[in-house]
Design a binder for this molecule. Structure first.
Ligand SMILES: [Fe+2]
Ligand SMILES: [Fe+2]
Length: 450
């Protein structure tokens, strides 16, 4: 009797809830503003794993990091991983890796508090070039099996995104999906900071995960933090370390924001640009760390990513201090390419700031500097002559592949059209040889767009 009464009550409560929520979803909304109830309901963690993401480890040929989230009813988790098979037989051959799980509780302003567990696993003993399947969860609550291809020793490829940041679900999703549809076999995705706009707002992180969907679970990511991953008090986004698992091999105090990843062919380095800008202590620490790292580097290619541009594309903006402190190190050790964000426009070229500021080319410097933007928020682009190619008001992604003594670079617009291309050829006796292959598409600068 009690149970019957309880079920009837529950039925009415659920029914009322449904009508209420349905009613709210039908209410008119203006422009691109979000429906408050809809988004919070849709983005709450549940017992079923969500926000599943692979991150590169410092040894990306053999180890792979996996993170995911559940609600607080699930406080443990594990990954099952197996060599991929042609049929379902891999399900009989998996091994299990237990996650370390941490409770997460956070409230952004007056929005509902988020309560979750984040689960983290480092899968090791993987083989280069091998294809694996894995799933995450526990007991009966599992994700689907995801298939992932391990990188090989001969070639590395990546897709680089500038700031996603604004209207991420609405307007950035098409860019990451276009990139994936053109380059589904890429080794990793690189995000050059400002992935979202408000560092600790769960709705925005949920939008970022939604936009990438299963791509995040199939292709590993690396991300360097931008200023928007830091809060007003200078604190790193509380979601950053729980939801990602980035290397902790950088300077003490900058774990998972300043670090390196070692492919045999290329060393990938993330610098924490906000900490360069805000703290002389962490600036100097990153300088000495970078210097000591590059001094013993064996990889023929070096890719650096940091959020703030060494050379700006934004009129009236010039990061003189950043350039003064880091460009000499990039020059000394021949850093090949620097991938940046923050200026919400596109520009790339080889450059140096000597007596005449940004407009003077330095024949000794072989570093290619790139600023790019993948989200919809746009700034003007300057006409500084360091740039070989520039764009305003254009959402882009970049495909970069490195093989032996050659780096190939292509930038595509959100439509998937080729906007920029060049090659870098290694020269053992000096700076890389640059071969520009700029396509015929007219340069998208203000006077041509409007
Ligand atoms: Fe930004
Ligand atoms: Fe920024």
């Amino acid at each position: 009797m009690y149970h019957k009464h309880f079920s009837v009550t529950l039925f009415f409560l659920l029914g009322a809830g449904f009508i209420f929520s349905f009613g709210c979803r039908q209410s008119p909304r203006v422009g691109h503003q979000h429906s408050f109830l809809h988004n919070h309901e849709a983005t709450k963690p549940t017992p079923v794993p969500d926000q599943i993401i692979l991150n590169l480890s410092e040894d990306p040929l053999h180890k792979l990091a996996v993170n995911w989230r559940t609600d607080t009813s699930i406080s443990v988790g594990e990954v099952q991983v197996a060599r991929s098979s042609h049929g379902p037989e891999f399900r009989e051959q998996y091994r299990t890796v237990v996650a370390s799980s941490q409770r997460f509780r956070h409230q952004y302003e007056s929005e509902p508090e988020v309560n979750a567990y984040y689960h983290e696993v480092m899968i090791d003993s993987l083989m280069p070039s091998e294809k694996y399947v894995y799933r995450v969860g526990t007991d009966t609550l599992w994700s689907e099996w995801f298939q992932v291809v391990m990188p090989n020793e001969q070639k590395v490829s990546l897709i680089y995104f500038g700031d996603a940041q604004n209207d991420v679900k609405s307007m950035w999703s098409r860019v990451i999906r276009q990139a994936y549809s053109q380059f589904p076999q890429v080794d990793f995705l690189l995000h050059a900071g400002d992935l979202i706009n408000r560092s600790d707002r769960d709705l925005e992180w949920s939008d970022w995960f939604y936009a990438g969907g299963f791509i995040h679970a199939m292709i590993p990511s690396v991300m360097t933090p931008g200023n928007h991953e830091y809060g007003k008090e200078g604190d790193l986004s509380p979601q950053w370390k729980p939801q990602f698992n980035l290397p902790k091999n950088g300077p003490s105090g900058l774990e998972e924001t300043c670090y390196f990843i070692d492919y045999p062919l290329v060393k990938v380095i993330s610098l924490d640009a906000e900490q360069i800008d805000e703290s002389t202590y962490y600036r100097d620490l990153q300088k000495s760390w970078l210097d000591s790292l590059l001094k013993i580097n064996q990889a023929p290619w070096v890719v650096v990513t940091l959020h703030y541009p060494v050379f700006s594309t934004k009129p009236e903006r010039d990061n003189v201090e950043l350039r003064a402190h880091f460009k000499p190190i990039f020059d000394q050790y021949g850093v090949d390419i620097v991938l940046q964000g923050h200026d919400h426009a596109y520009g790339r070229g080889m450059a140096a700031n000597v007596a005449d500021g940004q407009n003077t080319r330095d024949q000794k410097s072989g570093t290619m500097y790139v600023v790019s933007i993948s989200g919809p928020k746009m700034y003007d682009v300057t006409d500084a002559s360091w740039m070989d190619r520039r764009a305003a008001n254009t959402q882009l992604f970049q495909f970069i592949s490195i093989e032996r003594d050659q780096l190939n670079y292509q930038a595509f617009t959100a439509r998937g059209d080729l906007y920029d291309e060049f090659k870098l050829l290694k020269n053992p006796d000096g700076p890389n040889k640059l071969i520009n292959k700029i396509p015929a598409m007219p340069e998208r600068v203000e006077e041509l767009i409007n």
